[in-house]
Design a protein around this ligand. Structure first.
Ligand code: GDP
Ligand code: MG
Length: 163
């Protein structure tokens, strides 16, 4: 069985960009605005000879009466339930947010391997801006740039360590 990696995080942090990077596909829709990916989306990835499945999330209806936060939580929970490993994506450019803290609280209770990533960190491997992400209580924040392909290998090695 291939391990399943779910990408979770609030809208616009770069989950779909990371999905495309990991699956080398252009299948997931990358938007310059939040929430265009309406459903979970699956793809195949590989690290050397090791294969894995990636789930992109982010589907919610910005105008729906269910509300963004509620629908995001539902998407996150469904993807996490299906996954062996959760890659939690945050964004160093917008910084830590209350939504990040909410997702982190859920993930700490989910009993899954969680890898905390701080995206949009191109050229920022040693930036002090990464420090605040320790507050999420999910261990070492991995700086990555999904758009530029930085930090991706080390992220995958951490994610797949036990698989
Ligand atoms: P999602 O809503 O979490 O799926 O986010 P998207 O993948 O749609 O990306 C949201 C925006 O962030 C888009 O404008 C992307 O081009 C941009 N983005 C994604 N990854 C990076 C990155 O590594 N660096 C920078 N600077 N921008 C990024
Ligand atoms: Mg998306």
């Amino acid at each position: 069985m291939k391990p399943v990696i779910a990408l979770v995080g609030r809208p616009n942090v770069g989950k779909s960009t990371l999905f495309n990077r990991l699956t080398k596909s252009r299948d997931a829709i990358v938007a310059d605005y939040a929430g265009l990916t309406r459903d979970r989306h699956y793809g195949d990835g590989r690290l050397g000879t090791r294969e894995f499945i990636v789930i992109d999330t982010g589907g919610f209806e910005p105008d729906s009466s269910t509300g963004i936060v509620k629908e995001m939580a539902k998407q996150t929970k469904q993807a996490v339930a299906e996954a062996d490993i959760v890659v939690f994506v945050t964004d160093v450019r917008s910084g830590l947010s209350a939504q990040d803290a909410d997702i982190a609280r859920f993930l700490r209770q989910a009993n899954k391997r969680v890898i905390l990533t701080v995206n949009k960190a191109e050229g920022m491997v040693d930036s002090p801006l990464l420090g605040e992400f320790w507050e999420l209580g999910l261990g070492n924040p991995h700086p990555i740039s999904s758009a530029h392909g930085q930090g991706i290998r080390s992220l995958l090695e951490a994610a797949l360590e036990d698989f």
